[in-house]
Design a binder for this molecule. Structure first.
Ligand SMILES: C[S@@+](CC[C@H](N)C(=O)[O-])C[C@H]1O[C@@H](n2cnc3c(N)ncnc32)[C@H](O)[C@@H]1O
Length: 276
């Protein structure tokens, strides 16, 4: 069977099992199995060999059973980067690119800015910022050792220098950074506990500790960030779309100029706040 026919059959199978974006998913999985890109996929004339057919069939079944496509391909595109992903570490989401854009705007006028990404996961935000601003000194922290290891792997693969440290929020940073940080950026765990069970299987494939959170994490983050930011430094955080008001009132206690930024769907997505 030619790839185009195979994709059509695979897409129909995925659709019957309620998988989102069935055609795109079938294409991604087949490109992965064949080690090719879109052009290679649609210009291919040979049939799949037995091993490739088995591997493709297995990937389709795993996707139908709720395995995220990124765990099957081992990678995720994020803001002009291709990141390695692994089970056990949060898969970066496209909406977090809004946070990266807002963060980059906040440091546009700052020469050689000092940036800290708290809860870095794969290293997505820290690496995207370092790629756009090679003059920045970028630090990243995560409490999970698996995330720290993967963020370091991604930094090395991409040849981007980011200092990744394990520990709680900003605690692992070198002491001499206190008062010198221009930007603290974070996409912390923010899904309310009561929403967890209703999340789709592929979202629940992310570590629970990377997902579940609420106002408490923003309170701690805000309190710590004020100790590390310079005067006029900025805290930029991603939020749950329904948490804009709650997080805004937390940040207003110790920050000035608190602003909400919306994503492409018009939902509250990012808050920025300036240390007075
Ligand atoms: C929603 S994920 C975001 C990951 C990554 N920044 C991204 O946007 O793809 C939250 C991350 O915060 C980490 N985390 C949770 N609590 C933390 C804490 N107290 N200190 C540091 N990192 C934490 C989790 O391990 C997880 O990697």
């Amino acid at each position: 069977m030619r790839p185009a026919q195979l994709i059509a059959r695979a897409a129909a199978y995925l659709e019957r099992h309620g998988v989102d974006s069935p055609r795109a998913t079938a294409e991604i999985l087949l490109m992965h199995v064949l080690g090719t890109d879109r052009v290679g996929l649609y210009t291919r004339v040979e049939r799949l060999d037995a091993r490739q057919a088995r591997e493709f069939g297995r990937a389709l079944c795993q996707r139908c059973a709720g395995t995220p496509v990124q765990h099957l391909t081992g990678e995720q595109a994020f803001h002009r980067l291709r990141l390695e992903v692994r089970p056990g570490v949060f898969v970066p989401r496209p909406e977090t690119e809004v946070l990266v854009e807002v963060a980059l705007r906040e440091i546009r006028e700052v020469e050689a800015p000092v940036v800290v990404d708290v809860g870095t996961g794969t290293g997505a935000i820290a690496l995207a910022i370092k790629r756009e601003r090679p003059d920045a000194a970028v630090f990243a922290t995560d409490v999970a050792p698996e995330a720290v290891e993967l963020a370091r792997v991604n930094a090395a693969r991409l040849g981007l220098e980011v200092d990744v440290r394990q520990g709680d929020l900003l605690a692992p940073l070198p002491d001499d950074l206190r008062g010198w940080v221009d930007l603290v950026v974070s996409n912390p765990p923010y899904v309310p506990e009561e929403e967890y069970e209703d999340l789709p299987a592929e979202v629940r494939a992310d570590p629970r500790e990377a997902l579940i959170g609420g106002p408490e994490v923003y309170e701690r983050l805000a309190a710590e960030a004020t100790r590390w930011l310079r005067d006029g430094g900025v805290l930029a955080v991603e939020i749950h779309a329904a948490a804009g008001e709650a997080v805004r009132s937390i940040l207003r206690r110790s920050f000035a100029d608190v602003r909400v930024h919306r994503d492409l769907a018009g939902r509250d997505r990012v808050l920025t706040a300036r240390r007075p």
